[in-house]
Design a protein around this ligand. Sequence first.
Ligand SMILES: N[C@@H](CCC(=O)N[C@@H](CS)C(=O)NCC(=O)O)C(=O)O
Length: 194
Amino acid sequence: MAPFGKIYSYPGNFRVQRAQVVAGINGLESTKTPDFLAKFPMGKIPAFEGADGFYIAEGAAIAMYLAGSGPKAQQLLGAPTELQKRARITEWICFAETELNPQVLPAFVMCVLKYMPYSEQAYNNAANNLERALKRVDKAVDGGNKKFLVGDELTMADIMVAGPLFFGQGFLIDQKMREAAPGAIVSRQPGGYA
Ligand SMILES: N[C@@H](CCC(=O)N[C@@H](CS)C(=O)NCC(=O)O)C(=O)O
């Protein structure tokens, strides 16, 4: 099936979500068309297609590509000669993808989306693993005294780590974790990490 069309939105817009539900019911999901699957065989989002025709999947890879494509590339990723800074940023990106996302996402699927049956054991495992990871972040920012994970300015390390931590609030990050790792708490309030 050819792509039916494109809908413009910002994330979480309920008006668009209603249209997406209807599109799903009618089999018009744009991520399952042959055209989409030819470029992105996993059929998942996020998926990026540039104006120059370059396409790439995987959220972290997309973010890295965009970070490297503008005037703030060296700030966000480190300069080509700053190998250790770049390695440190990569360390945090891997940390976000392998230590944070795998805790936050299953808890979200069980508790919020309810696609998966709730398992207390799985939830507790996720919470324990996340608490350990939050303490690691807290240590890196000296309990909140340091503003950024790498160096003295915002880098991809902060952005990639802040994403799952911000998302995890409300269904996994509880008061006990906040108290155990105050510097790792991402909040919309002034003074929160990142
Ligand atoms: N490894 C991918 C995972 C992406 C992913 O799982 N996306 C979900 C939505 S958040 C998806 O497209 N699911 C639809 C499907 O599984 O068909 C990434 O990090 O970008």
